[in-house]
Design a binder for this molecule. Sequence first.
Ligand SMILES: Cc1ncc(COP(=O)(O)O)c(C=O)c1O
Length: 472
Amino acid sequence: MQPLKTSKTYDMPLYMQVYRRYRETIASGKLRPGDRVPSVRNLASELNLSRGTVEMAYQMLSSEGYFLSRGPAGTVVSPRLKTLHEAEIPPVSGPLSSITSPRASETGSVRPLQLGLPALDMFPRKTWARLAGHNLRSLEAITMAYPAPTGYEPLRRAIAAYLGISRGIACTHEQVFITAGYQGALELVCRTLLQPGDTGWYEDPGYLLARHFLERAGMLLEPVPVDEEGLNVDIGQQRAARARFAVVTPTHQSPMGMALSLPRRLQLLEWASHRQAWIIEDDYDSEFRYHGRPLPALKSLDREQRVLYTGTFSKVLFPGLRLAYLVVPYSQVERFADAAKYLCGPGTVQTQATVADFMEQGHFARHLRRMRALYATRREYLVNALQEKCGSALNIQPQAGGIHVLARLTTDASDRALAAAAQSHGLAIQALNDWQRGRSLQGGLLMGFANVTSAKMASDLVNRLVSATGLT
Ligand SMILES: Cc1ncc(COP(=O)(O)O)c(C=O)c1O
């Protein structure tokens, strides 16, 4: 928290000022349940007060349930405290209860039904903290020196091993580049293989953020429609046969959810090899599949080495890490390594080392297994609530994987207007047509379900959707 300032000129006794400042800070959400507060001694010295004064304020705060003393582990804001925000918004269990606070929604960081966010409440925090703590304490020279622009080698090795087993991709660790999120991977591709003004196929509808990123990088994107088999390669060839690249989400099309069919995969690879074009495969959430095994990556069929494969830790761990990876053809490793030297790279080595340990020690595989089962349940909560309360207005498309639901409108109502109404009620629902560039589609609403922790929460959220939009 901000340093607490007390003035001896106030009428109120000093211990009361300290007491009130804490109460206000907690009520405003600046201090949250579980947050640590300074020790009596530290605060007294910071504010130039006697210890007795601070102690009296702390005792009042503890006796009223605001603070909880944990002995030698210090004093925290009581985790049992119900803040105003929690009463308003369905809570996420554990220390995350504050993430759905209005404050968070203002900054857009974490909101109910937000797309692309994994189940933050179920992340194995203790294991993570243990591994991170170990890395911090041991502070090996390799984690203190300048980081390799291509990424921390043990992490590159762990990813290469994981991709071989789970995604059918045969690659060496030299081909794996660690990047700052998917955007970092796209930036590396743009700086290494593409030029501003290059044309690329982009799925329509397709992932909004990457589309904007590529456009800002000067790429000319040709929208190529997707149908039930995924990207329509024939149309891509008719519209821009000479494109330099194509960006695809073959395992789980974003946002429609279908897989790119095998004939289309082969057709796309053939086009790329014939035209010497690059395919950027965005394999963002393939780990979560609820029927059958994850499909092998397009990259696993890439005999001519035209595919640049990207994966991210945002869904399988958490997006705050800002870690993703790019696998490049062996023949391109040197060019990529050279370009990587002049970019920001993937950030601190400590974090990469923790991810590497998490993978090597088997926690990653265990976490994925647990999350698959959990997401199947959470998806059902949301789908059931939507079907029960808005079954005639929405047609929920069964998707084999991922962490979002697409609910198509059964009428020609504007999905943009409905999403705007839902957003004004604090729900982070998005309109399908905002992800679309060509002619407008029959509308749809996109919702993330990973943080819907119970049937009751799903029901409350859908009630809120109904009251915001009038959908039934
Ligand atoms: C289609 C798609 N690709 C990639 C990503 C991953 O992006 P990042 O690694 O920057 O979090 C996302 C995240 O939501 C996504 O939806």
